[in-house]
Design a protein around this ligand. Structure first.
Ligand code: NAP
Length: 495
């Protein structure tokens, strides 16, 4: 046990907890590290895939990168001086998580290739069942199952009749030849924009099927020189300074702006995007087609330094006539045209309301999560669900999914969860779960505050739930940090 956890727990600490973590992506790896640091040794991290990395393992499409600067999109405790660029490619981010899993001794705690299919709370503990039939009992369950995880397949007539290759962007088929082929990309989210830029010069023709235009924030993706990387390695405080600077800049320029639709900063973001469109798209008709009729950052802001160049290449076409159906030879649009294609990429996003599901989760008295979330996923502070004791979520429902680095979010949430876990270890409590009233009161405040955000200013996006309420944290980053500092125990049932 390290000094910190000893200090937190005091000399009375005695209960040895068994902890199960579901998911070995960014959040799950960090959870294992933090549990181990606190001296909890009976930890198993269940991962359905054969390797770690979560979204960075699953998304391997051409051009994949993160639009949060790499030195912010990395753990605070594991800075990486070797990131190649300001926004590093997905493969590098995946390697980073693999390296952290090695360096921090996470591997022995992993159970790979075994999906948790059921978890039931009874007699003070969770019984976990996996797809292979393995069963285990744990005292605490941490769900680190990700947000953008389950592909959203569009329901387009004829989708199964296509003669060529067709796949979702998160299920990229690397056996499919792209060079010299006619490729159609459906969607204009961050994913489709990155794919377009990466593919246009490799393929014979690229048709981008746009249902809704996107604002595009230009952002130079500067490489770090060998000298800079050496400095980051030799003088870690320089790397820390860069991280601090980027964190503050990101919070002030973006995170705090999106939650205040009246902010000047939001107007500046839009002015920058508008100037980007005007400066980089020469043809007025193409410009008109690419210009959104909603406010910048209402949908997740797309970041790209080369998308407008890509879509103006002679072999690229922006298709704005709606898709009628998919036929064996290509995509038919409402204007009657058949866009003949060899490959179709469905960059159509994710089902963001799933979280740990389809895992069957049964809380106190056999209540199922499916029933508890019949009206949509909710949790107190995104972390705890009434009637589901000793179950804590990282990046759970209605959290800061579109505001800050999800790694920062998960780290702050984990520090908060560790304080609840400490109560279980010290024997002060055996069961902890949010009260229904705390969750409702929190939800009421959150929904009201969401009305001041840019996400409700007149666009459709994956941030909005089925009632049109942003499923997101509607306050500035500083407030999130404050709230995560110390749990308010009166919000919990503590037994
Ligand atoms: P997305 O933002 O949800 O975009 C999905 C796109 O598919 C939208 O343009 C949508 O059109 C379109 N679409 C969906 N169904 C359709 C249909 N039936 N017919 C035609 N078009 C259809 O998904 P994403 O691009 O995968 O991005 C999801 C999130 O992942 C991003 O918002 C971001 O948070 C994250 N991400 C980040 C990066 C990065 O860091 N750079 C990269 C990729 C993803 P409508 O707009 O009309 O609905």
């Amino acid at each position: 046990m390290n000094y910190l956890s000893e200090r937190r727990l005091g000399p009375m600490a005695e209960r040895q907890l068994r902890v199960g973590v579901i998911g070995a992506g960014m959040a799950g790896i960090m959870a294992v590290i933090k549990l181990r640091e606190a001296g909890i040794t009976d930890v198993t991290c269940y991962e359905k895939a054969d390797s770690v990395g979560g979204t960075w393992r699953e998304n391997t499409y051409p051009g994949i990168a993160c639009d949060v600067p790499s030195h912010v999109y990395s753990y605070s405790f594991a800075p990486n001086p070797d990131f190649s660029r300001m926004f590093s490619p997905g493969s590098e981010i995946r390697s980073y998580f693999e390296d952290v899993a090695d360096t921090y001794g996470v591997r022995p705690y992993l159970r790979l290739g075994d999906e948790v299919v059921r978890a039931e709370y009874e007699n003070g503990c969770w019984t976990i069942e996996t797809a292979s039939g393995h069963r285990a009992e744990v005292d605490v369950l941490i769900a680190a199952t990700g947000v953008l995880h389950h592909p959203q397949y569009p329901s387009i007539e004829g989708i199964d009749d296509f003669d060529g290759a067709i796949f979702h962007s998160a299920r990229w088929d690397h056996d499919v030849e792209l060079e010299g082929r006619r490729v159609g990309v459906i969607g204009t989210g961050s994913t489709a924009i990155q794919i377009t830029s990466a593919l246009v010069d490799r393929v014979d023709r690229l048709d981008l099927f746009q249902r809704t235009p996107q604002w595009v924030m230009p952002m130079a993706n500067t490489p770090f020189s060998d000298d800079q990387k050496a400095t980051f390695r030799d003088e870690p405080e320089k790397l820390r300074e860069l991280r601090d600077f980027l964190e503050t800049a990101f919070a002030e320029s973006f995170a705090d702006a999106v939650v205040d639709a009246e902010s000047e900063r939001l107007d500046e973001i839009e002015a920058t995007c508008r100037a980007n469109l005007e400066e980089h798209v020469a043809d007025p008709e193409l410009r008109r087609l690419l210009e959104p009729d909603y406010r910048a950052a209402c949908k997740r802001l797309v970041v790209s330094e080369d998308f407008y160049d890509a879509i103006q290449r002679p072999n690229a076409e922006l298709v704005t006539s709606p898709i009628t159906r998919i036929e064996p030879g290509g995509i038919r649009t409402d204007d009657g045209q058949l866009h003949e294609l060899d490959v179709v990429v469905l960059a159509t996003g994710f089902r963001v309301d799933r979280f740990m599901r389809p895992t069957e989760i049964l809380g106190r008295g056999g209540e199922s999560l499916e029933d508890a979330w019949a009206d949509g996923p909710v949790a107190y502070l995104s972390i705890s669900i009434p009637e589901f004791p000793n179950l804590f979520m990282l990046n759970g429902p209605n959290g800061p999914v579109g505001n800050f680095s999800l790694i920062q979010v998960a780290e702050l949430q984990m520090a908060y969860i560790m304080q609840l876990i400490d109560r279980l270890r010290s024997g002060e409590s055996t069961e902890i779960y949010a009260t229904e009233s705390a969750m409702r009161e929190y939800e009421d405040r959150r929904i009201e505050a969401a009305q001041s955000t840019v996400w409700v200013t007149g666009c459709n996006s994956w941030y909005l739930d089925e009632h049109g309420v942003p499923a997101a944290w509607p306050w500035p980053f500083g407030h999130f940090r404050e709230v995560m500092e110390t749990p308010e125990l009166e919000a919990y049932n503590l037994r």
